[in-house]
Write a protein that binds this ligand. Structure first.
Ligand code: ADP
Ligand code: MG
Length: 696
């Protein structure tokens, strides 16, 4: 990988010696910015571009370049790559696009590229990308004009789209942020997001990693790397609305679309996910400061109105403006004469015009153990206070480093002034109290997620009865059907859970003695009606044998009259579970991320409320606990409005065990437990219904 970032020599394919073209631009760019290695071109005509020799054949190159860059039409790439392979070139960047449009015979061009890469053990970036930039090394592969590249950046950037990547770089420049390394990965035919994440994680110069992705190729690998990484990772992922290609056959699938899985996985790994470029910029800036380790914020404000706005923003993001301690107030009295202004948080600095006092007060606030960070509203006039404000900013920067706490600055002034300020120095400058609070929130939630990652504990090792699961699978395969409700519940039991006591019946004739206690529930067992209530296949609160016989007979005639009429594979009679909160636990297999576990508010309205929390399986107890706490309906479990506290421990146990089952048993493609009835604390849960799908 290092060769892509610090190549000692590069050859550009498709460099014209007569007219300006993309290949020529790459050569000229590198000349301009001072690339320290050797450059060569290969094109249809011999000659030179700005002193760079251009050959017509790979074989003529005087050495074996570290990297070959392709800017030739897609269909020419395989043959040229073959020549590179013969020459001994191992690192290839295919900037050309249009690969998917071509195919010949049974092969696509991409398959040809893959075959050659395999044959010569080549590493390939792209196709359809702009390649790598190493700012400090003064090397750039993109074909957009560039004159110079700034040094000293600590941000690593991975982008799927070259266009979005370039726009990031432009925007960063407006905020004084310099990237250190950049890679655009395009179609990810061979090297993908996980490969470059791995590289930037171990790269000593990179301290923060930002990504733009449209999808994941190796989500699980990415997740594992991100979770164990200490450097902040910020992701903008688009393509949110693309529905899962598969039609939802279970609640889990309906509730855990591809993008929701990304969200859950990134949360679990402590990756900061942002919605747009400006959020990305502000996240990059704020995580460059010490992190906000709690909710307590001291607000200092030059304007009373902005103090009020800040208070609203703090409330919105769950920050607490705890009162200043008396010692601080005493200290303030020694710093400036305070008659008019009340000493409360937010502290109004309206009457002060001496800038050294601002710094002194800020320092005192930063010293206080009562606060995790400070927000400073600095309202000023560029003409009169521009100079002083810049000096103040330098002071703030020093204090932040000294006290290891963040200071979120809302600098409120003329637009040109702020643009200039943001461009000329990299310390984060926000333009409103809300933006400043949002930044602190990003910092705090990143800190919380990362801490949760570190404290997630060990995965429990469960004794899972996989033999039973595989036995049911074999039976279903033979009979060409999905598991029936009683089998699905047996699979839950194989994960060490206890479904409510049930008895399957072949037909509607009730045996004279049944070992179940009334009241009972009766439900249809059918291979093609897995949503039983929808077809009148569930009767609850059955109090006697007579009532049970009637219920089964009634169910049978109702089902028979349906058009189309579902198969009757039997009936399941069950003891009624006591009351509780109906929750849902499910899992499925995501193509990029592997096994996924979902918990939510269950029952028949589940798809209406869509109140779910998702993680990659398997999960630890503390991860399962965080999932449950994250639900909007959590107060229902936590005893809101005089309810009993629910047995969240027992629900956690279901989440952990089902997640372990999914991880251990790749044959299961989807599983739904709905409802999992959660009883009051200490009384456990009741599993009354389940649905399982096996891999085809
Ligand atoms: P389906 O989801 O296929 O319609 P269920 O077996 O989940 O069928 O039953 C539907 C609803 O009936 C459940 O959400 C639950 O409220 C109630 N129910 C079913 N079985 C029981 C039971 N054994 N104890 C208590 N309530 C039950
Ligand atoms: Mg159900």
């Amino acid at each position: 990988m290092e060769k892509f970032f610090t190549p000692r020599s590069m050859v550009v394919f498709g460099a014209s010696v007569t007219k300006m073209n993309l290949g020529q631009i790459v050569l000229i760019n590198n000349k301009h910015i001072g690339y320290p290695g050797e450059l060569y071109g290969v094109g249809s005509q011999e000659g030179n571009v700005s002193g760079v020799p251009v050959y017509t054949k790979v074989a003529d190159l005087p050495c074996v370049p570290d990297v070959a860059i392709f800017l030739t039409p897609a269909r020419t790439v395989p043959a040229l790559m073959e020549e590179c392979g013969q020459k001994g070139i191992t690192h290839v960047v295919i900037e050309s696009g249009g690969f998917s449009e071509y195919s010949h015979g049974h092969h696509s061009l991409e398959e040809d590229v893959l075959a050659i890469a395999r044959k010569y053990d080549m590493k390939v970036i792209g196709p359809n990308c702009v390649g790598v930039i190493n700012f400090d090394y003064k090397m750039m592969m993109p074909f957009a004009f560039a004159k110079e590249v700034p040094s000293g950046g600590v941000l690593g950037l991975i982008t799927q789209s070259g266009g979005v990547g370039s726009s990031y770089l432009q925007t960063f420049a407006g905020f004084g942020i310099t990237a250190g390394k950049f890679v655009s990965i395009g179609n990810k035919l061979l090297l993908d997001e996980a490969d470059f994440l791995e590289y930037l994680i171990q790269d000593p110069e990179t301290r923060c990693i930002a990504l733009y992705l449209e999808g994941f190729k190796r989500g699980r690998r990415f997740f594992d790397l991100a979770r164990s990484c200490d450097k902040p990772i910020i992701l903008q992922k688009s393509n949110r609305s693309k529905a899962s290609a598969k039609i939802a056959q279970s609640h889990t699938t309906a509730l855990s679309g591809d993008d929701a899985v990304v969200d859950g996985a990134m949360r679990q790994a402590g990756v900061i996910r942002v919605d747009d470029e400006m959020d990305l910029v502000s996240a990059v800036q704020v995580v460059g400061m010490p992190l906000m380790k709690g909710k307590r914020v001291a607000v200092l404000s030059r304007s009373g109105g902005h103090a009020v706005l800040t208070a609203d923003a703090c409330a919105k993001y769950g920050f607490e403006m705890t009162p200043f301690p008396p010692s601080f107030i005493e200290k303030l009295k020694t710093i400036y004469n305070t008659r008019v202004i009340a000493h409360q948080n937010p502290l109004d600095l309206g009457e002060i015009f001496d800038y050294t006092i601002f710094t002194d007060i800020l320092e005192e606030a930063l010293k206080l153990d009562e606060f995790d960070g400070v927000l400073f509203n600095h309202l000023y006039s560029a003409d009169f206070e521009g100079e002083m404000s810049r000096a103040f900013l330098t002071g703030v920067k020093e204090l932040v480093a000294r006290y290891e706490k963040p200071v979120s600055l809302a600098m409120i002034s003329e637009r040109e002034e702020i643009l200039d300020l943001q461009k000329k120095q990299p310390f984060p400058v926000f333009v409103s109290p809300l933006e400043a609070v949002e930044a602190l929130y990003v910092s705090r939630s990143y800190y919380e997620k990362k801490t949760a990652c570190q404290k997630r504990g060990r995965l429990e090792e469960y004794d899972l009865d996989l033999e039973t699961v595989l036995c049911i699978r074999a039976r279903c395969k033979k009979e060409k059907r999905i598991p029936l409700t009683d089998e699905a519940l047996a699979i839950c039991a194989a994960a060490g859970l206890q479904p409510v006591k049930s008895l399957p019946l072949k037909n509607e004739n009730v045996p004279s003695r049944i070992a179940l206690r009334y009241p009972l529930a009766a439900k249809l067992i059918s291979r093609n009606a897995s949503h039983k209530s929808d077809v009148g296949g569930v009767v609850v609160n059955i109090r006697s044998k007579k009532h049970l016989s009637e219920a089964l007979a009634g169910m049978k005639s109702k089902i028979r009259n349906l058009k189309p009429s579902p198969a009757i594979d039997g009936y399941l009679i069950q003891e009624m579970a006591p009351a509780g909160v109906e929750c849902f636990v499910g899992g499925r297999r995501d193509p990029a991320f592997g096994p996924v576990i979902v918990v939510g508010l269950g029952g028949i309205f589940i798809e209406i409320f869509k109140d779910t929390s998702i993680r990659l399986a398997p999960v630890t107890h503390s991860e399962a606990e965080a999932m449950i706490r994250e639900l909007k309906a959590y107060p229902l479990l936590a005893g809101a409005r005089g309810r009993d506290l629910a047995d969240c421990q027992a629900l956690q146990n279901v989440v952990c065990r089902i997640s372990a089952l999914l991880a251990a048993c790749p044959e299961i493609s989807e599983i739904d437990l709905n409802p999992v009835i959660v009883h009051p604390e200490g009384q456990g849960v009741s599993l009354v219904d389940a649905r399982v799908f096996f891999q085809k």
